[in-house]
Design a protein around this ligand. Structure first.
Ligand code: LLP
Length: 436
């Protein structure tokens, strides 16, 4: 087959076998079984480093990246990102708990979400979460009240919607005025919530946040949202006399799932955003806020692949072919949800010509259980063959389910010559642990 599946430099081929992070996928599949999430620790660290270095170079020491841990949340990943000097965006008490287990410095955690319960708020405060990214007026009131009860003052950012459509897919478009997230600038409600937050004695308003969407390839999206946010910061300064210290522009840089998608230079993008922000701040006469970015996908996506074993190969004469694997929408629901594109590789037969078109499907009792339609496989594909689905490091493990009571696969890290289990394979016993 053609080598268009070499999407990143941590993929290679030797004797027809796909290598990931310099390691044979065949040997790793034999050692750990399939389905198997593989993650490349070196690549995660490189991706962290790219953000860290570019933010330092173009904004200075006061700015930093927060890893959006919804992309992949397990104890080991919080250890890696804290070692790399990134903060974390957490969205639930579950993610906070996981970060705590990793010994993550919680003062560097930013708690997101459009509907934090009182319990979540109290749990986050009890565990020293640094910042709440506060979504709405009820939350401002609840944070103020709970902080008063605990005798503390809570730092917050206000999440605003700049009214931007980044032209990605609807499910991940979050910056538009009618979004369920944040408070709209356009309607005047953002100014109102800012005044409200400033009036609360147990809240320290530190700045503003926005996140316009995911899988963004166009750097213009970040420039447009920065422009609107800086204008708002300037308006707030003029109207309320408050100058924001922090501007969090969210996450969203796109990654390469298939070879037709571009490779984004994070450094070049951050350079462009920095140049724009500096110019805009001097034009508006405001001091440059300290910047936060919240990358999720671009930290972990290309640091992950999933390995499966082929079971059934069904050829429906004159209609279509199916290759069924031992996983499915339970470990990767992204095609079922968003029709996401993926690159599929017959991992132990890469040297054979790919002549047969098939739908790659899972083992769930549901016709929508498709990993990827219209994939080319060698005509010899059969039970026992190894299949790799690439770029699965983001939003695969974290969105996995136990539908059909299928246990979730393990997450195995490769790091040069080493490999180790970061998350154990779920057992059948695990599935009934909470059943009474
Ligand atoms: N910050 C906030 C507030 C977010 O809501 C998100 C993603 C991020 C940062 C990180 O965005 P990233 O850099 O990963 O694009 N399940 C979907 C993606 C949902 C993204 C939700 N928010 C998927 O599988 O494509």
């Amino acid at each position: 087959m053609s080598n268009s599946y070499i999407l990143t430099d941590n993929l290679s081929v030797k004797d027809g076998v796909l290598f990931f992070g310099g390691r044979s996928t065949k040997e790793l599949a034999e050692k750990y079984g399939t389905p198997l999430y593989l993650m490349d620790e070196k690549r995660i660290r490189q991706n962290c480093c790219e953000y860290r270095d570019a933010l330092k170079e173009f904004f200075g020491d006061d700015s930093c990246a927060l890893y959006a841990s919804k992309a992949a949340s397990f104890v080991g990943i919080y250890r890696i990102i804290s070692q790399e000097g990134l903060g974390a965006d957490v969205v639930s008490s579950g993610e906070i708990h996981t970060a705590l287990k990793a010994g993550f410095p919680m003062e560097n955690a930013y708690f997101q979400g459009n509907n934090k319960t009182d319990w979540d708020i109290a749990y986050a405060m009890d565990n020293g979460v640094g910042y709440f990214v506060c979504d709405n007026v009820e939350e401002v009131d609840a944070i103020d009240k709970i902080a008063a009860e605990k005798g503390l003052k809570q730092k917050i950012l206000l999440r605003l919607t700049p009214g931007i459509d980044p032209h990605t897919y609807d499910e991940v478009c979050t910056g538009k005025v009618d979004s369920k997230f944040g408070t709209a600038i356009e309607t005047g409600q953002a100014m109102e919530i800012t005044a409200h937050a400033l009036s609360k004695p147990n809240i320290i308003l530190c700045g503003f946040h926005c996140h316009v969407g995911s899988m963004v390839f166009d750097s213009d999206v970040f420039l447009r949202s920065a422009e609107i946010m800086l204008q708002f910061i300037s308006d707030v300064k003029n109207k309320l006399g408050f100058e924001a210290g922090i501007l969090d522009l969210g996450g969203g840089y796109g990654v390469r799932y298939v070879s037709s998608q571009p490779v984004i230079s994070i450094r070049e993008n951050i350079k462009e955003v920095a140049k724009f922000i500096k110019a805009k701040c001097s034009e508006l006469g405001i001091s440059r806020p300290s910047i936060r970015l919240e990358p999720g996908r671009s930290i972990v996506a290309d640091a992950g692949i999933t390995l499966y074993t082929v079971g059934t190969v069904k050829k429906i004469t004159d209609y279509k072919n199916y290759v069924s694997i031992d996983g499915g929408m339970t470990d990767n629901p992204r095609y079922a949800l968003y029709e996401s594109k993926y690159t599929v590789v017959p991992a132990d037969k890469t040297d054979e010509p790919a002549t047969m078109e098939c739908d790659l499907v899972g083992r769930c009792c549901e016709s929508g259980d498709i990993i990827q339609p219209k994939v080319m496989f060698p005509g010899s594909v059969c039970r026992g063959d190894l299949v790799a689905v690439l770029t699965t490091g983001a939003y695969n493990y974290s969105m996995a389910s136990n539908y059909n009571r299928i246990p979730r696969p393990p997450v195995v890290m490769v790091n040069g010559d080493e490999d180790y289990i970061a998350v154990k394979r779920e057992s059948l016993e695990d599935l009934t642990l909470n059943d009474i």
